[in-house]
Design a protein around this ligand. Structure first.
Ligand SMILES: CC(C)(COP(=O)(O)OP(=O)(O)OC[C@H]1O[C@@H](n2cnc3c(N)ncnc32)[C@H](O)[C@@H]1OP(=O)(O)O)[C@@H](O)C(=O)NCCC(=O)NCCS
Length: 441
């Protein structure tokens, strides 16, 4: 007779010969259940070791579902393809934060609140003006987000749902304003204040590009493309920046400081800086004829193919597919970006090369987004800032979910200590001279 099936795991500790039965829930084992496994009563107990969290769930989440092997991405159950096609960024932001699509009235109210929290305190403007002309806009964004916490001290009341709501309006509302101010500062252009008659993306374009016209009219195709790009960046479950948002938020820092930490995490070239690196790489390749030589260098391990590969997707990133489609619509307005030919050829060769096939390396969201941003006239430094605008609702949804999760506490990983055992302090006069000093004497 077949053994009765149980949702447990039996572990035999060969050090002691003892067996333990631990529960398995959602195909997952709680590493705290390993703690009971000890060699002797004074032993700390068994831990899990997982640098970079490659096989450790840090939370239970209802925000975003990804099946990396199948190339599926859903926000709150809705496929990204449907949202990109039929929703708007503000509606998707509502969905991410609240968990459900809004009714017409809820959407109107939500859009009104966000639109009416787009202005920055004049002192934030002064703060941004204090940056050097060539300051990276991500440095300015991170600083401005942290600075906002000093303007809204009530944001510390993270247990008050009403207060949290207000900061959510502010953070989503003010992101484009900070981003546009950072851009205009780098160009030495006068700052343009928000125009509340325009859509979220339309107003952003207004604050970026308005010159002497009385009323800025955004190009509808570019406005729509930007809105879809924001939707595609809305959330991506427990990525590096969401993890930073949750981790800093878990100490009950206010959401502005937590969002500054998340934006800082996004700044890195392996996360939000990748599309900047893609454009730099494509520019360096320079021509389609140089593509095969580039692929050879990648295979020799001399360089990474930026915009390829993903920790989770081991299939075509569904966002990359949508972005590729938007590219055509944008290029109809802006003219074709010559880097696109190089990108398409790189993708063509890579997708049939054994090196990439074996490692399941496919284009990710950043492979094409940079080319679109460049065609729209954004300097490369602005790319991670655009990513951050889209990602803000996701960070906030993750943050609120973490705060409302009774199982969560301040995030505090364990370590395996590999340093010295205890040793006695050596007075300066008795210490070995440093090698450089020894050579000089
Ligand atoms: C995204 C990324 C950090 C994921 O990394 P990861 O899950 O830790 O994957 P690994 O670095 O373990 O890669 C597995 C293998 O593929 C190779 N690889 C991964 N990405 C590669 C790339 N972009 N170009 C060439 N080789 C790559 C690794 O060298 C490794 O090869 P090996 O098994 O021979 O050592 C990585 O793919 C990368 O650096 N990509 C480029 C940057 C990028 O586009 N980031 C945006 C993410 S949205």
């Amino acid at each position: 007779m077949a053994a009765e099936k149980k949702n447990t795991l039996t572990i035999t500790d060969n050090r002691t010969g003892k067996s333990y039965e631990v529960p398995v829930t959602d195909d997952t084992l709680r590493t705290l259940d390993l703690r009971q496994i000890k060699v002797n009563p004074d032993d700390f107990g068994l831990m899990g070791y997982d640098p970079a969290f490659t096989n450790t769930a840090s939370c239970r989440s209802a925000v975003t579902f990804i099946d990396g092997d199948k190339g599926i991405l859903r926000y709150r159950g809705y496929p990204i393809e449907q949202l990109a096609e039929q929703s708007t960024f503000l509606e998707t932001a509502y969905l991410l934060v609240h968990g459900e699509l809004p009714s017409a009235r809820e959407l109107e109210q939500w859009s009104y609140e966000i639109t009416h929290h787009t202005f920055l305190h004049e002192n934030v403007k002064k703060l941004l003006e204090g940056f050097r002309y060539d300051a990276h806009p991500m440095g300015m964004l991170v600083s401005a987000l942290a600075a906002l916490s000093t303007f809204y001290p009530e944001a510390k009341q993270i247990r008050d749902a009403e207060v949290r709501r207000k900061q959510i309006y502010r953070l989503i509302g003010k992101m484009p304003t900070i981003a546009a101010f950072a851009y205009r500062h780098s160009r030495g252009l006068p700052l343009v204040y928000p125009d509340n008659d325009l859509s979220y993306a339309g107003n952003f374009l207004n604050m970026l590009w308005k010159m002497s016209e009385v009323k800025y009219q955004p190009n509808p195709a570019l406005e729509k493309a930007l809105d879809v790009l924001f939707i595609l960046h809305g959330d991506h479950e427990q990525n590096c920046s969401a993890n930073a948002m949750r981790s800093v938020g878990s100490s009950h820092a206010d959401p502005f400081c937590s969002a500054a930490a998340a934006a800082a995490a996004l700044y890195g070239p392996l996360h939000g800086g990748a599309n900047e690196a893609v454009v730099a790489m494509l520019t360096q390749i320079g021509s389609v004829k140089n593509v095969p030589a580039t692929i050879e260098r990648v295979k020799k391990g001399e360089m990474l193919l930026m915009g390829f590969g993903h920790r989770i997707y081991k299939n075509y990133d569904p966002r990359a597919r949508i972005i590729k489609r938007i590219a055509d619509e944008v290029f109809e307005v802006t003219g074709r970006n010559p880097l696109l030919e190089i990108a398409i050829e790189l993708e063509r060769i890579a997708l049939q090369d054994d090196y990439f096939v074996k490692r399941k390396l496919y284009p990710n969201v950043d492979f094409y987004s940079g080319i679109i941003y460049q065609a729209m006239g954004f300097p490369v430094e602005m790319y991670p800032v655009l990513f951050a605008i889209g990602r803000m609702p996701g960070w906030l949804a993750q943050w609120e979910e973490m705060l409302n999760d009774k199982e969560q506490k301040i995030a505090r990983p364990r370590q395996i200590y590999i340093g010295h055992a205890q040793r006695d302090y050596v007075p300066l006069s008795k210490r070995r001279p440093a090698p450089a000093a020894a050579a000089a004497s």
